[in-house]
Design a protein around this ligand. Structure first.
Ligand code: NI
Length: 179
């Protein structure tokens, strides 16, 4: 396992819908290797999440984790691995928030997302996982799952005046990379 190069916006495969992970290949060395590569890549890049298509694997696998981080004060999301995630929204309430993406390095944009989210998925061990979340946790999952449908966050932005360079918008965050 090793950190992999992260594909950047403009790479055609980032725009493709990804295929379901085959359920007969849960609990496999192949899936664990992919997840280990994803985790190493996310950690090396100081990211909050990563989707398999960002390292060139067009399968429906995402990971995310927010530890104590000056970029997300007061936010902690446990390390989570989701295979074939399915999202549903308990209501229509939306909330705007700043996002970055390792595939759009150096940039930030304000993106409306559903405030509340219910998600279900397989774990790599072949168990079911199901959570109701809100706020930043809900935002990260929506962002990562968008990657599985070929959607990058700038495509969700209604107001491009709220799109800019991280070091200009948030000079205090300059030592950090993007998520
Ligand atoms: Ni992203």
């Amino acid at each position: 396992m090793a950190a992999k190069p992260i594909l950047k916006m403009g790479t055609p495969s980032l725009r493709l819908p990804s295929a379901d992970w085959p359920l007969d290949r849960l609990d496999s060395a192949e899936l664990r290797r992919l997840l280990a590569d994803m985790r190493d890549t996310m950690i090396a890049a100081h990211g909050a999440g990563l989707a398999a298509p960002q390292i060139g694997e067009n399968v429906r696998v995402v990971i995310f984790e927010v530890r104590e981080n000056p970029r997300y004060p007061g936010v902690v999301v446990p390390y989570t691995e989701l295979v074939n995630p399915e999202l549903s929204f308990p209501d229509d309430e939306m909330e705007e928030g700043w996002e970055g993406c390792l595939s759009v390095p150096g940039m930030r944009g304000a993106v409306p997302r559903h405030r509340r989210l219910h998600y279900r998925a397989w774990t790599p061990d072949g168990e079911r996982i199901e959570r109701s979340v809100d706020g930043f946790h809900a935002r990260v999952v929506q962002h990562e799952c968008d990657h599985l449908d070929g959607i990058l966050y700038p495509m969700r932005m209604p107001d491009m005046s709220k799109f800019g360079f991280t070091d200009v918008l948030f000079p205090d965050l300059a030592p950090y990379d993007d998520d």
